[in-house]
Ligand binder design. Structure first.
Ligand code: HEC
Length: 142
């Protein structure tokens, strides 16, 4: 009988440990995604981008998001959870908010969530789902 109790206790302990490992792995993955997104945003991890209508890709340095969206010289709005994930009018369109998919469409096609085209100064990016969701995770954490 006691052996059964010991077995049950071990089973429970293993279940708790497995749960803790799964939770830690998920946290680590989320942290890694944000870190990948920060590297893309700051240009430490280069992205292929073009000025709309141009064949020639931009030099990697010119494609860094931070160039245009950050600092005193910024020519474009700050990209944060507050500016992106909350409904607000953008470029004369109706109020709209971004999610990961909307961000990917904007980066690839230049269309915002209300389907208003952004100015050509915003490059078009060749970006896959993984990189896009990493960027979104990073921008959400700012
Ligand atoms: C060469 C300059 C430049 C670079 C580099 C650039 N952007 Fe932009 N971005 C712009 C401009 C200009 C706009 C349009 C601003 C406006 O409509 O007033 C814009 C608009 C946006 C918007 C729309 C914001 C809104 O409120 O609708 C998002 C999102 C965005 N950029 C994300 C990015 C990300 C992510 C990167 C990097 C992968 C990036 N941009 C790189 C210039 C740039």
């Amino acid at each position: 009988m006691p052996w059964l109790a010991v077995g049950a206790a071990i089973g429970a302990a293993v279940a708790v440990a497995t749960g803790a490992i799964a939770a830690a792995t998920a946290t680590l993955e989320a942290w890694q995604r944000r870190a990948d997104g920060a590297a893309l945003y700051e240009g430490r991890q280069p992205l292929v981008a073009r000025v709309s209508g141009h064949e020639q890709p931009l030099p990697a340095l010119a494609a860094r998001c931070a160039n245009c969206h950050e600092g005193a010289q910024a020519i474009a709005p700050a990209l944060t959870e507050r500016t992106l994930a909350h409904a607000q009018p953008r470029r004369g369109g109706p109020p709209s908010r971004y999610d990961a998919r909307a961000l990917c469409r904007l980066l690839r096609e230049g269309l915002d969530p209300a389907l208003v085209l952004v100015p050509r100064a915003m490059p078009r990016y060749e970006i896959d789902e993984r990189a896009c969701s990493a960027l979104w995770a990073h921008l959400q954490s700012r």
